[in-house]
Design a protein around this ligand. Sequence first.
Ligand code: 13P
Length: 255
Amino acid sequence: MSVDRPRPLVAGNWKMNGLKASAEVLDQIKAGYDDALKGRVDLAICPPATLVAAFAEKTAGSGIGIGGQDCHAKESGAYTGNIAAKMLKDGGAAYVIVGHSERRQYERETDADVRAKAEAAHRTGLIAIVCVGETKDEREAGRTLDVVRGQLKGSVPEGSNGGNLVVAYEPVWAIGTGLTPTAADVAEVHKVIRENLAGIVGPAEQAKVRILYGGSVKPSNAAELMGVADVDGALVGGASLVASDFLGIASAYRA
Ligand code: 13P
């Protein structure tokens, strides 16, 4: 990794997993991080919203950031069941994932929705982790780059910069399947994301935006993925629920 690259970020998306007792996993991650990784890679854990405040309290000052998995575009109001960016921030979160493919698919979120959520995150001072990625059909139809370009253009708000934006490339077909794109495929998409970011956040800021790869990242494939140009870290699902796996991945990504 060259000196002008941003420090890698390995983020765990716990999805709809985790109870109070899962604080034990966080303790193990924190201990491993303190031992060998602190200062060399940034970590983030995005637990379910019920655990954000307790996790943030536990990790305060540790270098591990806590994040939400979604937020509403509005600051407050009659939106039963939703959570505002400000509430996550109030609970101690530093990050929020927006536009995860599971939300695009199951909650029918559009690029415009994702952009509004990222704007809400930015207004509140949260770092938005904006997810993009093609489906299997789109890849097979040769549309991957067009899809990713379109999602970026539609989902990344004005005012984004290296400090408040992280982009996660997560091919939908690689999530939870054990399948991963080849290193060459990841390199191709990340290069296009970087080039397109220049047009969105400006030429100076694009180099500072961390572009994560996500989709079946494990300790066994992390080193190869991290070796790919323009891969600045990982967004990890299943493997982030097991401290040793998450730490194994983070070790591969440390600068
Ligand atoms: P897996 O690592 O379980 O494939 O999930 C990836 C993901 O969706 C992270 O946001």
